[in-house]
Design a binder for this molecule. Sequence first.
Ligand code: NAX
Ligand code: K
Length: 503
Amino acid sequence: MVVLSAEQVRAWDRFTIEKQPIASIDLMEKAAMACVQWMETNRIVNQQQFYIFCGKGNNGGDGLAIARLLQKFNRPVDVFIFETGQLGSPDFQQNLHRLHTLPVTIHFIQENSPLPDIPESVLVIDALLGTGLNRPVEGRMAALISHINQYPNAVISIDLPSGLFADQSTLPHPCIHASITLSFQCFKPALLVSENALFFGIPVILDIGLDQRFLNSCTPLYEMTDGPLAKAILQPRLAFSHKGKFGHALLLAGSPGKMGAAVLAAKACLRSGAGLLTTLVPELERMLFPTAIPESMSILYDNRKPEEILSDTSIYKTIGIGPGLGQQPQSRDWLHHLLTHFRKPMVLDADALNLLASDVRLLEGIPPFSILTPHPKEFDRLNGTCSNDFERLEAALRMAIQHQVIVVLKGHRTFIAMPGGRAWFNTSGNASMAKGGSGDVLTGMLTGLLARGYAPEQAALLGVYLHGLAGEIASRKLGKESVLASDIIDSIGPAFLELESSN
Ligand SMILES: NC(=O)C1=CN([C@@H]2O[C@H](COP(=O)(O)OP(=O)(O)OC[C@H]3O[C@@H](n4cnc5c(N)ncnc54)[C@H](O)[C@@H]3O)[C@@H](O)[C@H]2O)[C@@H](O)CC1
Ligand SMILES: [K+]
């Protein structure tokens, strides 16, 4: 699925109107019908009384058409039109005209009229502003939005919560707090970033039949991963293969007191298909590590220089570096050693990124097509502080292009920025994964997929998707509160199976 800017969505509307062709009022009708159908399917239409707040643009036009369709369910519908003193858009006017003969109460919110009380039984539909927002909300409109927000009533926003910029930061300006946002045809970036979570609530994308041919000539702002994309990347594990065929991974992770991170990453690496794994283990931990994961070989390291311990890295297909590593000088020496001797794509996470942040010249030395997996704070340390989520997405993409690396910016919708300038939001996963250790699992999985022979961009897309799917599978069994990182690892196999057998 594509993620488009407000401008691109408007162009898609125009393309559909011209090329299908369809009258714009009929397209509005389709949009309104899609909303009401969704409300019917989700049993919202039968239970409520409706207050529909409308602006005078086409978003308000949608609201008026929805009012007309909802009154057929014999529920009280009140429409509140935010009066600007200007004529509404032509489709707004036509829908207002269509509404006049029907049993819908129409109120006009004038400059000085009091704002309406919202009784408990009311479901609010917000059709004040959509993709036509061209400046931050202020004045009377801001007062109305704050007024609606102060009530506990459920709010369904049409297309976008009013006040939300589709493709730039809205903070600190006012915006409706929707419970559900019914948005048309595709995601807009604003519905994917965590700083807006309070505004959009649960986002639902409704197909309103915009003409698919538009996408042949449009370069989407971003894209979204999904099952079919991940499945298309999957490679069968061929019969007559042996362990050497699936790549030997090296892992530099863990430090005294933090060996759990190394164990999680190592297990996830092997569960993701690597043929062999060697882990660099601090001498002090020589007893614990092999017991925790006998499938991994170990190289013990002490205070000697890294080159005295591991001079030849050529047998390894890839290296995963960072989880639980710590930032002591010894870790820095190892990171430096591996970055200067190993030139194939590797995976860098956690303390590897923190060490890079303290010496950004090291960034230049990262092998092309390596995968960096920062969470937002790690990213900001590396890049410089970003003041909002949109700035961070753009900075991640710039970093990917400038350093020819893949940046996996972790979050509820993990963002995967590619060296060629394309970027994806991931769709799998849930809140059960917001726990210590799940990042270590991701590092292990990506390392495993690289070792297994996946090209780096494919490893990133597949790995991030599978990691989320494994979290979903674990939470189906255990509930979102109780999933541990080890449960995600146990679900990597089932995630592969679920993906293989999906349509
Ligand atoms: N034919 C089409 O183009 C379709 C449009 N659709 C709907 O139309 C919407 C876009 O409609 P419009 O382009 O008319 O735009 P909107 O209805 O989102 O808003 C337009 C009006 O709001 C004003 N405005 C902008 N920022 C403001 C602010 N901060 N405070 C107060 N007023 C502000 C503008 O000056 C303009 O008059 C979509 O979000 C969607 O809901 C759907 O009906 C699908 C089809
Ligand atoms: K809206």
